[in-house]
Ligand binder design. Structure first.
Ligand code: F6R
Length: 261
């Protein structure tokens, strides 16, 4: 795992944007794992702008989102399909048939989860998995005690997660209680992972996720087991990290980061 600390939210999002852009440019057939949430809005705005300015062709790019609320149709304004359409898919020229999210309104949720895993496998697996970090340390909707070997399945959301997302539903009471989420095990199988975390409110949970012991209580700690995970954060989110100086040194000195400095 590498932790990259950028001075502010804007430069953290820009670095994540540049890394994803370069990954697509290098491999036009890339399979991207995508996330939603407040943090990603800034990133998707930057990424769509950069893609359009460069005229980058997305015809052969495939995307798989991490999660979807159970009970919501894709057209529901609170669904993650709607979020993705609004913030990214409608902003760039991408083929809808190449963009995948679990169906929250599937009649057979268990079958939908199995099918989603199969679709990811059929696509050859996720090349680059984008992740945000929830207030309770979830990645995707892998709430506390999610098995570190879990696959795509239905999860009950914690009150904290429902509170975090209340703003998108006009109050906590309206937030769906369950969601389909890609599993921690599925996430760990991605070739590369990129977690983007910004803001002071994430400082404690980021430090636990990155520097604390691996535990299913905080699913993001599983990323310590990922063979190639980049964690891009701003100063505010980095505030509680013990080894900040080392992380800064790595970014300044590793050849891999030269073109991004
Ligand atoms: C949503 C997802 C979640 C969010 C996380 C952070 O697809 O995967 O894990 O990334 O809850 O959300 P924000 O950015 O709103 O704090």
């Amino acid at each position: 795992m590498e932790v990259i600390i950028r001075p502010d939210k804007e430069s953290a999002c820009q670095l994540a944007c540049d890394l994803i852009f370069d990954a697509i440019a290098l491999d036009p057939k890339i399979v991207l794992g995508l996330a939603t949430g407040g943090t990603m809005e800034n990133l998707y705005a930057r990424l769509s702008k950069k893609i359009n300015l460069a005229g980058l062709n997305l015809d052969t790019v495939r995307t798989f989102n991490l999660d979807e609320y159970i009970g919501l149709s894709p057209t529901h304004s609170g669904s993650y399909r709607s979020y993705m359409e609004k913030h990214f898919f409608s902003q760039v020229s991408i083929k809808t048939q190449n963009t995948f999210l679990p169906r929250g309104d599937a009649l057979d949720v268990e079958q939908e989860c199995l099918d989603y895993e199969k679709l990811i496998k059929k696509a050859g697996g996720i090349d680059l998995q984008l992740l945000g970090l929830g207030q309770i340390g979830h990645i995707g909707f892998n709430e506390p005690l999610s098995s570190l070997a879990s696959r795509t399945r239905a999860k009950s959301l914690t009150p904290e997660t429902r509170k975090q997302n209340a703003q998108y539903f006009g109050g906590e009471a309206n937030v769906p209680k369950r969601a389909i989420t890609v599993g921690v095990g599925t996430i760990l199988e991605s070739t590369r992972a990129l977690m983007l975390v910004t803001g002071r409110s994430k400082a404690e949970i980021l430090a636990k996720s990155v520097e604390g012991p691996v535990t299913s209580l905080i699913s993001a700690t599983a990323l310590q087991l990922h063979p190639k995970c980049m964690v891009i954060v701003d100063e505010a989110a980095a505030a509680k990290l013990v080894n900040q100086e080392y992380y800064r040194w790595v970014f300044e000195n590793e050849p891999e980061w030269e073109r991004y400095r």
